[in-house]
Design a binder for this molecule. Structure first.
Ligand SMILES: [Zn+2]
Length: 301
């Protein structure tokens, strides 16, 4: 007290006067706009996971990964190798389906070809005694009426089908019915990035989330926590609603389109931790055999 700010390094009379000005009359801190609310920062993610290290210490799979088969940056074997290098016990390859042409979505023929290549990759891993596995999966487009864009029989060989909305995401009217229809679609295992929000761009689709999650709970379907920082979808707030409505299964994926994005997963772990979701209810924390069996049972009804 009583000493001049100019005693500090690099603070001259001009900077000292500015600092005094700010202290006397703090500038208005603007509220973030709606598209920027409810996102965790990396610092918050670290604080949560450092306090509960079991979230990172327990092996966990990445259940949303893209490759050059749609709009990802690396071919399937390289993306798998990079995820394996990060210690993921298994991953799901979830390239886009055919109606998402902007993302080079796969038609039925290309999906069938990918399924064969994943089969070969898994056979090679097994032959070399490597426990890492790749699930055959897809991020399938669901239309606003709840119908899907792929021939149902072509989805039968898949271990996991993620259903996602990619159109009419800025509509302001309540869209509960489209979510209920998607959850009733027999081929869909996981409702992917449910709210479809995007940081700084859109707040996401509006729905009666309690009803949507109650339907998922009733049908034993999973809802996703998409860990891409700009998505964080479900948010902590919605993940809490999902828990309150009795959702039994959660899926977690980085939604990586490049190798570095495989490291987004901690945003999902922190979201789950803050929402009080037990790890045993997150498919990523189950064994690969359990997830495959879960997918089969759900499809069998
Ligand atoms: Zn995706």
């Amino acid at each position: 007290m009583g000493r001049s700010l100019t005693e500090l390094r690099a603070v001259g009379p001009w900077i000292a006067a500015r600092i005094h000005g700010w202290l006397d009359a703090p500038p208005d801190i603007l509220e973030p706009d709606e598209t920027r609310k409810g996102f965790l920062t990396m610092a918050e993610v670290r604080r949560v996971l450092d306090a509960e290290p079991e979230w990172e210490r327990t092996p966990h799979a990445d259940l949303q990964v893209h490759t050059t088969d749609s709009d990802g940056g690396l071919p399937l074997p390289e993306m798998a190798a990079r995820a394996r290098g990060l210690g993921r016990p298994f991953i799901a390859i979830t390239d886009h389906s055919k109606s998402l042409t902007i993302a080079n979505g796969m038609d039925e023929g290309r999906l069938a070809d990918q399924i064969v290549r994943i089969g070969h990759l898994n056979a090679e891993l097994a032959a070399s005694g490597d426990p890492f596995r790749v699930l055959r999966s897809i991020e399938m487009d669901v239309f606003p009426d709840g119908t899907c864009d792929m021939e149902p029989h072509t989805l039968a060989p898949l271990d996991l089908v993620l259903g996602a909305f990619h159109s009419k995401l800025r509509i302001r009217e309540d869209q509960t019915e489209r979510y209920l229809a998607a959850l009733r679609e027999p081929s869909v295992h996981v409702l992917a990035h449910p709210q479809a929000r995007m940081y700084g761009r859109r707040t996401g689709v509006r729905a009666d989330w309690a009803r949507v999650f109650a339907e998922a709970a009733e049908r034993g379907k999973a809802v996703e926590i998409d860990a891409t920082p700009a998505r964080q979808d479900l948010s902590v707030e919605l993940a809490r609603v999902a828990m309150a409505e009795g959702v039994r299964w959660f899926s977690m994926g980085s939604d990586a389109h490049s190798a570095s994005e495989l490291q987004f997963l901690p945003f999902g772990l922190a979201t789950a931790a803050l929402a009080g979701i037990p790890r045993e209810r997150i498919l990523s924390y189950r064994t690969v055999d359990e997830v495959v069996a879960w997918g089969r049972e759900l499809r069998a009804g």
